[in-house]
Design a protein around this ligand. Structure first.
Ligand SMILES: Cc1ncc(COP(=O)(O)O)c(C=O)c1O
Length: 379
């Protein structure tokens, strides 16, 4: 029997049937009025989601594509400061280097971010042209909690702000205009509950006037801007995936954007407490803890890899291990998008039982009790 997996990994997430079915509709011409309508709806829905009227560009590529587009169009010949938050800040730094930026990384301990003071000090010494940040670094589950202040400080010094918000868009507070985010990268398959394959960039006027074109062909933002004026993309887009993303966004807007974001935040906090009651220690200190990817050290006798295998084999629940050096030392639980409460209840019970099976204490009832108020948030 092919039992459907419950995806509690840091993306992709399970997608609702109405959203999946949009992709089953006939393929449309990407140079037609029907496509223009879809494109305009998507741009409008992304603007509503993010509360901005900034330029929105759509890429047929996973999140890395949008991040690479930022690196390729803003990095060349510039000095870039990158606060280290984990694997994804390393990737951002690497992409910037590949496209000819001089990069200075503000180092931090694994599972943490450098303090704002340290970042500002290095900013004033290095005098970058841009700061490239990962709002929510999915690899250790680190949230750059002072991102609003850092963006404001950067803008007040005339520095461009680039943000990889791939695992935060829709799942955490995000005020593009108020904070002063010049270029943001987002993707379809995480907190927006759409299938993977689409990513997007959101650009301010300052960003558009600072473009350096000609270093990439597929991701040349200048070309995308030209085509966006006629509600098209330069190259053949994944029209079916765009339809699904549009329907996922419409669902979020109907649910209420603020309510959707609150759901993520108010779901994550009690879950940290619940897993602590099962014996799992949060990997990241409270100040920088992600609201969409929860990472934990397992009790000493519990192997992260074996736990993941047991959850997958016995319960069809998929959670993740660490990335890179953290591969076998932590577990990561993605709590993104549309997760029925029953799946969280099942996860807690299954993890608690696995811990108990090894003769260790796990307060399953206490952990479940932490979720008691979520019913109200889910509505
Ligand atoms: C913060 C962050 N940036 C970038 C990416 C890359 O996205 P993708 O795997 O869709 O290319 C991810 C994916 O997990 C991510 O979490």
């Amino acid at each position: 029997m092919n039992w459907e997996d419950v995806l509690l990994i840091p993306g992709p997430v399970n997608v609702a049937y109405d959203v999946l079915l949009e992709s089953a509709k006939p393929v449309i011409n990407h140079r037609s009025k029907s496509f223009h309508k879809l494109y305009e709806e998507l741009v409008s829905n992304i603007r509503t989601l993010l509360g901005t009227s900034n330029e929105v560009l759509l890429f047929t590529a996973s999140g890395t594509g949008a991040v690479e587009a930022l690196a390729a169009n803003f990095g060349p010949g510039r000095k870039a400061l990158v606060p280290a938050t984990g694997e994804f800040s390393s990737r951002f730094a690497e992409a910037l280097r590949i496209y000819g930026a001089e990069v200075s990384v503000v180092e931090a301990e694994p599972g943490s971010a450098p303090s704002l003071d340290v970042v500002l000090r290095q900013m004033d010494e290095f005098k970058p042209d841009l700061v490239a940040m990962v709002y929510n670094d999915t690899s250790p589950g680190v949230r750059l909690s002072y991102i609003d202040k850092l963006c404001r400080e950067a803008k007040s010094r005339g520095i461009l702000t680039l943000v990889d918000a791939v695992s935060a868009v829709g799942g955490d507070e995000l005020e593009i205009d108020k904070w002063g985010i010049d270029a943001l990268a987002g993707a379809s398959q995480k907190c927006l509950s759409a299938p993977p394959g689409i990513s997007f960039a959101v650009l301010s006027k300052d960003a558009i006037s600072s473009l350096r074109s000609g270093k990439t062909f597929y991701f040349d933002i200048t070309r995308y801007l030209e085509y966006s004026r006629r509600s098209e993309t330069p190259f053949t887009p994944a029209v079916t995936l765009l339809s699904s993303l549009n329907s996922a966004l419409a669902n979020i807007i109907e649910f209420g954007v603020n309510r959707w974001v609150r759901l993520h935040i108010e779901r994550a906090l009690p879950l940290y407490r619940a897993f602590e009651k099962l014996g799992f220690e949060p990997f990241v200190k409270e100040e920088y803890r992600s609201r969409t990817v929860l990472s934990f050290k397992t009790p000493a006798a519990v192997s992260p890899q074996k736990l993941r295998e047991r959850l997958a084999e016995a319960y069809n629940i998929q959670i993740a291990g660490g990335l890179g050096k953290l591969r076998d030392s932590i577990i990561r639980i993605g709590v993104m998008g549309r997760i029925p409460l029953r799946e969280l209840v099942a996860l807690i019970c299954a993890m608690g039982l696995e811990v108990k099976e090894l003769g260790l204490p796990a307060n399953i009832e206490g952990a479940l009790y932490e979720l008691r108020n979520l019913e109200k948030v889910y509505g």
